[in-house]
Design a protein around this ligand. Structure first.
Ligand code: PLP
Length: 451
C-alpha cells in the first residue's frame, strides 16, 4: 500500500520563521525574578531538535517506532456515505479514523515516539499529566513496551467521569493519581482552591513537573502542544494525503478538534504543505467547544501552560491560565491555551476556527454512530460537527475530510447522559472568562513594560 509512510512532515521547514526562538519569555523570566523554570532540559536532544529545527523537510521515523506503528497503521480513511445521507448533503464526507489502536486515540503516535527517544537517552521514568486519560493510557502502554516507568496525573473531573481509563493505565503498568492529588505541593494547594477537585490539565502538569524535578531518572513529558508532538502526529496527514490521492479525490475542507492542537496539526500540516506545492486550495477548520473557546475568543498573549507558574511564558491563543472551564465530557478539549506554533499560524490566517455547543456535538456523534457504527470520542465529535456544517453550508457539493482522533467506547456514560437529556451545552461562565481575560491583558501589559 502506498499509504505506508516512513517520515514525519516538519512544517517548520516550510515556514522557518516559526522556528525562530522568541526572546521575550527568557527576558520575562528574568524580569519575574527568575522564578519560572525552563522545562526544556527535560527533552532529549533529538526531541529538542524536532521541536526547534527547520532544517529537515521530512524527519525519518526510526525503525523501532515504525515497527510499533505497523501494529495499527496505516489507519483507515473511509467515506461516510450514510452520514452524508443522514445530513442530507450532496457533499462527500471522508473520515480518517485514529481510534482503532489498542490505546484508543491518536495519542499513541507520539507516545510510542517519545518513549523510544527517552529510553534511548537513558531515562527511567516518564511523569506526565493527562486530561480525559487518552494520553495517560497511550504513554502507559508505550512506556511499558519500552521498559520505562510511567506516572500519570489525571484531571479529577475526567478521572471520575471516565473511571475505566485509569484502570487501562494500570493494566498497562502505569501509576495513576487523581489530580489535584495529595502527593505534590501543587496538588495540595489545588485541593484548597478547588474543593470539588475538578482539576485542570495545567494543575495535572504542574504536579507532574514537580515530581519529574525531584525524582532521579524521571522526565516530564507532554502529550500535546509542543512542536515535537505535533510533528509525530503528522503521520496522520501524511497517510491521508496519499489515501485521498488513491481514492482520486482531494478535500476542499479539512476539520479536526483542538485541545492543545496535536491531532489538528497532525492531519492538517501535510495538507498545508501539499496545497502550497500543488496550488490546490484547502480550507482548514479547527473545532473547539464553546466551553473552552481559546481560538475563537481568546487572546494572542504571553501565558503559562500550567497553574503552578513553573513553566516558562509562551505566546499563544489562550483564555488565561486562571480560567475555569466547565466540566464538559470532551475532557481533552478543556486546556486553556493551545500550541504556540498553531497560535502563530492562526494569527497568520492559515486556518479558521469554530466553536460548538456540547449538545450539538453529541447530536452529531449519535447521528454518525447510527450511520457508520462508529462511536467516537466526544472530542472527535467536534471535528464531525465542523465537517457536517461545512458540507451543509457549501452551495455546490464539496469534499470534506474530518479527523476522528479517537473512539468513544470508554465515553459511553457521556453518551448515556446525552441520551437521558442530562447534559447541557457547556456554556462558559461569562464573568469568569471576562475576569481571566482581563487578568491576562493586565499581566501582558506589565510584562511588556518589563521587557
Ligand atoms: C487528547 C485528545 C484530543 C485533544 O488533544 P489534541 O492534542 O488537541 O489533539 C482530541 N481527541 C482525543 C480523542 C484525544 O484523546
Amino acid at each position: 500500500m502506498t499509504s505506508r509512510v516512513e517520515t514525519w512532515c516538519n512544517i517548520l521547514h516550510d515556514f522557518p520563521a516559526y522556528a525562530r526562538r522568541d526572546p521575550a519569555p527568557r527576558r520575562l523570566e528574568i524580569a519575574a525574578g527568575g522564578r519560572t523554570t525552563d522545562v526544556r532540559p527535560q527533552l532529549t536532544l533529538e526531541l529538542f531538535r524536532q521541536a526547534n529545527s527547520a532544517d529537515r523537510a521530512e524527519v525519518p521515523i526510526p525503525d523501532d517506532v515504525l515497527e510499533l506503528y505497523s501494529m495499527y497503521r496505516p489507519t483507515p480513511l473511509i467515506r461516510a456515505k450514510a452520514f452524508e445521507q443522514a445530513l442530507g448533503t450532496k457533499s462527500r464526507i471522508y473520515v480518517k479514523f485514529e481510534g482503532q489502536n489498542a490505546a484508543g486515540s491518536h495519542k499513541l503516535n507520539s507516545a510510542i515516539a517519545q518513549a523510544y527517544y527517552f529510553k534511548k537517552a537513558g531515562v527511567e521514568r516518564i511523569v506526565t499529566g493527562t486530561g480525559a486519560g487518552q494520553w495517560g493510557a497511550a504513554i502507559s502502554w508505550a512506556c511499558g513496551r519500552a521498559g520505562l516507568g510511567a506516572t500519570v496525573f489525571m484531571v479529577g473531573v475526567s478521572y471520575r467521569q471516565k473511571p475505566l481509563r485509569p484502570v487501562m493505565m494500570r493494566v498497562y503498568g502505569g501509576e495513576v493519581h487523581e489530580s489535584p492529588s495529595e502527593v505534590t505541593e501543587v496538588g495540595r494547594a489545588g485541593r484548597i482552591k478547588d474543593p470539588q477537585r475538578i482539576g485542570s490539565l495545567s494543575i495535572a502538569n504542574g504536579e507532574a513537573i514537580e515530581i519529574a524535578r525531584s525524582v532521579a531518572g524521571a522526565r516530564f513529558a507532554v502529550g500535546s502542544g509542543e512542536n515535537h508532538v505535533l510533528l509525530h502526529q503528522t503521520i496522520i496527514g501524511q497517510e491521508a494525503v496519499n489515501q485521498m490521492e488513491e481514492i482520486g479525490d482531494y478535500p476542499n475542507v479539512v476539520t479536526a478538534c483542538v485541545g492543545a492542537g496535536s491531532n489538528f496539526a497532525g492531519i492538517s500540516f501535510p495538507f498545508i504543505r501539499n496545497s502550497r506545492k500543488s496550488g490546490r486550495n484547502v480550507r482548514i477548520i479547527a473545532a473547539e467547544p464553546v466551553a473552552c473557546p481559546k481560538l475563537t475568543r481568546g487572546l494572542y498573549a504571553y501565558d503559562m501552560s500550567d497553574a503552578s507558574s513553573t513553566t516558562p511564558y509562551v505566546r499563544m491563543m489562550t483564555l488565561g491560565r486562571d480560567v475555569s472551564v466547565p466540566g464538559i465530557h470532551a475532557g481533552g478539549l478543556r486546556y486553556h491555551g493551545t500550541s504556540p506554533l498553531l497560535s502563530a499560524m492562526y494569527q497568520d490566517g492559515l486556518f479558521e476556527a469554530r466553536s460548538f455547543p456540547q449538545r450539538k456535538v453529541f447530536e452529531t456523534a449519535v447521528l454518525f454512530a447510527r450511520s457508520t457504527g462508529m462511536i467516537v470520542a466526544p472530542e472527535s465529535a467536534h471535528a464531525l460537527a465542523a465537517a457536517a456544517d461545512a458540507a451543509r453550508e457549501a452551495t455546490t457539493p464539496i469534499s470534506v475530510l474530518a479527523n476522528v482522533s479517537g473512539h468513544g467506547l470508554l465515553d459511553l456514560s457521556s453518551y448515556d447522559a446525552y441520551l437521558n437529556s442530562e447534559i447541557d451545552d457547556g456554556l462558559p461562565d461569562e464573568a469568569n472568562i471576562a475576569r481571566s481575560l482581563t487578568l491576562l491583558r493586565q499581566r501582558n501589559e506589565q510584562l511588556e513594560e518589563a521587557i
